[in-house]
Design a protein around this ligand. Structure first.
Ligand code: PEP
Ligand code: MG
Length: 745
């Protein structure tokens, strides 16, 4: 930018700041801005349009258009040139506005007199708050310097909007982040909860967007950039020798941190009058705006890096963004763009719920949230931008809805729902020590699923008979490096001790598909769920499996041990896995370590193929556990993580129940103990039907044990079996309506 326009721009920003500093209501400030900008840019018109709600823009102040139109003229997002700027988040610069595609004439404004039009988005952190427009009679395109100058002003207006500078009498504008907002999201972990927002990365507020000493600001920026670079170098040193891919990401990071273009653009913004933090934020806004428009995953990752770096830089410059844990509300609901599994685990059970802007149902964070039994919503678009620390938030993670700053009627409905849940919990507590015995006298064993040491106290409180599924992969997922054998065996020993003699079924590492370890080379697979996962990895690269089996034998220290292999699809895989177990025992024997007093080794039935395995398999295996989540996805060929199809097929579909019944029959022929440990085991109606089909052991989330037991104790499994048989005979697709009808009666 030439010096002349830089100093012009600085002068304009200086005048803006003086105007802002003087007292006056929000509307007066808006009016002053339009006057100053029109004057300084030599245009007849300057107008500010701000969002009234998510889809509507409103003319909030103008110099040059008719005053009566202020707060009257509105347009939908995407409508007219102003709507186009807002929707695309991009500049529109034209000499002949009426000839532009999408131009919409607003007679009440008197704008027909103006030919040229320049509109720039008013953006903060990628969120478009409105549009700043200048117009003039003379048909000309605005120069790039003029565009830049208007963008800088828009940046300042965005900061002021954020600070609530335009709120007040006559402005008809509400302060930002105060209205109730509803977000649709995908369900990562079900549950209903309400609490107060705790932002994983609190918003940085730029209180001084304008500065008059560019030299001083440049020095501040360069000092912060230097600290940032040192930090990135340190990260790289720490990661040296680690995973190649991780290093690559950090290298890209370093490249950005040292990028001349990035720094130059920020210095230009400072030269035109912005403070160092406003200059950084202008870059961040631009990166986010671009992010919303690219779909290429590689480019998106890089823009994410840039965004992340800008955020670090902002924190360095403002000293904000590190809220003290002591300020965390008593009922925190974590809101973040995304979060890693280890970070989530650090928060632990203190959290009442989690909402992420990104993430996926199968992400590691989701695995941890499930293990912690915390309701989780993912893909809640823009929530981290909208939410402020301390806002009330209600999550309906059954339906996939988050209500931010809910109005009183919604909050009351949630309070009622939660009170009902609490009352139900009390009812469940009263039957904790009673057996899950149905009216017909059949007893069903209820076990719990676990994956963390922190889960073990639930064994006592839930009344579970044991741990029917211990997912060992969580210990691997939450680390940056492969855990050592000694660490694992110490952990497994602690788990067995905490179980106080109750049976714990340790499932060997189940990775691949959705669960990718950051420190293991990932393979690019077209269909990860059908790919190289679980026992397939364990048998092809047996190092980790061997280490794990050895750790388990050592942890048992001569006591009983139960081990289960995931995702066995055919007899040979079972044989090979079982042989690994025998080898581990032999090695331990040679080393002189005590062998387990009793050992049970089982297999998970997660692919339909295994239900048709030879009789030998059923005879040899010591128990079978149906992994219903995977079994159902393969039975219906419907990805369990794909929102479009994952709820499409009912577990109570007659075909699926018949298949379960076949598995029950095959196990009965050989006397093989059978259990079911997918999510459906924890859904009361599903659990009841599984029991009616002959399954006598169910393993589920600890919180589900009460509701499942409560319903089981009131049911008659023989009658239910008849109801199911009749529905099948009538040719119904799902037995659910008939079962529900029966239970209501
Ligand atoms: C299952 O597939 O049902 C199961 C219990 O295993 P996971 O959910 O860990 O794949
Ligand atoms: Mg599974």
């Amino acid at each position: 930018m030439p010096d002349r326009s830089e100093s012009e721009s600085r002068k304009l920003l200086g005048r803006l700041r003086d105007a802002m500093a003087s007292s006056g209501a929000g509307q007066e400030r808006l009016d002053r801005i339009t006057t100053l900008v029109a004057e300084s840019m030599g245009t007849e018109v300057c107008s500010i349009y701000l969002f009234r709600d998510r889809d509507t823009l409103e003319l909030c102040a103008t110099e040059g258009l008719r005053a009566e139109a202020v707060h009257q003229t509105r347009m939908r997002l995407g409508e007219g040139l102003v709507g186009r700027v807002a929707r695309a988040g991009r500049v529109v610069n034209t000499a002949d506005a009426p000839a532009e595609r999408g131009f919409r004439y607003m007679p009440e404004t008197g704008e027909e007199a103006y030919s040229s039009f320049l509109g720039v988005p008013i953006q903060r952190l990628g969120e478009t708050l409105g549009v700043l427009v200048v117009q003039s009679r003379e048909a000309r395109e605005f120069t790039s310097d003029e565009v830049y100058a208007l963008e800088v002003v828009a940046m300042v207006v965005a900061e002021m909007t954020e600070l609530g500078a335009f709120v007040g009498e006559g402005s008809a504008l509400e302060a930002p982040h105060q209205r109730p907002a509803t977000f649709r999201a995908s369900v990562g972990q079900e549950g209903v909860t309400m609490g107060h927002v705790w932002l994983h990365e609190p918003r940085v507020v730029v209180t001084k967007p304008i500065a008059d000493d560019p030299e001083a600001e440049r020095a501040r920026l360069s000092e912060a950039v230097e600290r940032l670079r040192v930090g990135v170098d340190r990260m790289l040193d720490g990661a040296a020798g680690g995973d190649a891919e991780h290093l690559q990401v950090l290298e890209a990071y370093r490249m950005f941190a040292n990028s001349r273009g990035w720094l130059r653009r920020m210095e230009e913004s400072i030269a035109s009058g912005l403070s160092a933090e406003a200059a950084v934020e202008k870059e961040q806004s631009a990166a986010r705006a671009r992010l919303s428009q690219v779909s290429d995953p590689y480019l998106r990752d890089r823009l994410h890096d840039l965004d992340d770096l800008s955020h670090r830089l902002l924190r360095l410059l403002t000293g904000q963004g590190q809220a003290a844990e002591s300020e965390m509300p008593a009922d925190p609901i974590l809101v973040a763009r995304n979060i890693g599994p280890a970070e989530l685990l650090d928060y632990g059970r203190r959290l009442k719920g989690v909402v992420l802007e990104e993430g996926s149902v199968g992400s590691h964070a989701a695995v941890v949230a499930r293990a912690l039994a915390i309701p989780l919503l993912v893909q809640a678009d823009r929530i981290a931008t909208e939410a402020l620390n301390g806002d009330l938030i209600a999550l309906d993670a059954d339906q996939g809805i988050a209500h931010l700053r809910p109005d009183e009627s919604v909050a009351t409905a949630f309070r009622d729902k939660m009170a009902m849940q609490a009352a139900a919990q009390e009812r469940y507590a009263s039957i904790r020590d009673k057996p899950a015995e149905a009216r017909c006298g059949t007893v069903v064993a209820l076990h719990m699923n676990a994956g963390l040491m922190a889960d073990l106290p639930s064994l006592e409180s839930s009344g579970a008979e044991g741990v029917g599924l211990f997912r060992t992969e969580l210990q691997f997922l939450i680390r940056n490096q492969m855990p050592r054998r000694s660490e694992l065996s110490a952990l497994y020993a602690r788990i067995m001790k905490a179980a106080q003699g109750k049976r714990v079924v340790f499932r060997t590492l189940d990775i691949g598909s959705d669960k990718v370890l950051p420190y293991m080379n990932s393979v690019d697979e077209p269909n990860p769920a059908l790919g190289w996962r679980a026992i397939r990895v364990g048998l092809d690269k047996p190092g980790v499996l061997r280490m794990q089996l050895q750790a388990l034998v050592r942890a048992a220290a001569g006591g009983p041990l139960t081990v289960m292999f995931p995702f066995i699809a055919q007899y040979e895989e079972w044989r090979a896995a079982r042989a690994e177990m025998d080898k581990a025992l032999e090695r331990e024997r040679i080393l002189g370590h005590p062998l387990p007093a009793s050992l049970e080794v089982g297999a998970m039935l997660e692919t339909p193929s295994l239900a048709f395995a030879s009789r030998r398999f059923f005879e040899e295996v010591e128990f079978i556990s149906i992994g219903g989540n995977d079994l159902k996805q393969f039975f219906f060929a419907a990805d369990r993580e794909n929102e479009l199809v994952r709820r499409r097929y009912d577990t109570l579909n007659v075909s699926f129940l018949s298949f379960i019944e076949q598995i029950v029959d095959r196990c009965a022929e050989t006397g093989t103990p059978l259990s079911f440990c997918g999510e459906d085991a924890g859904r009361p109606i599903e659990a009841l039907c599984l029991a009616a089909m002959g399954i006598r052991t169910l393993s589920m989330r600890p919180a589900s044990i009460g509701p499942v037991k409560h319903l089981l104790r009131r049911a008659h499994l023989g009658e239910l079996r008849e109801v199911i048989a009749e529905a099948k005979a009538r040719g119904e697709q799902s037995v659910r309506p008939a079962v529900m009808d029966h239970l209501r009666r």
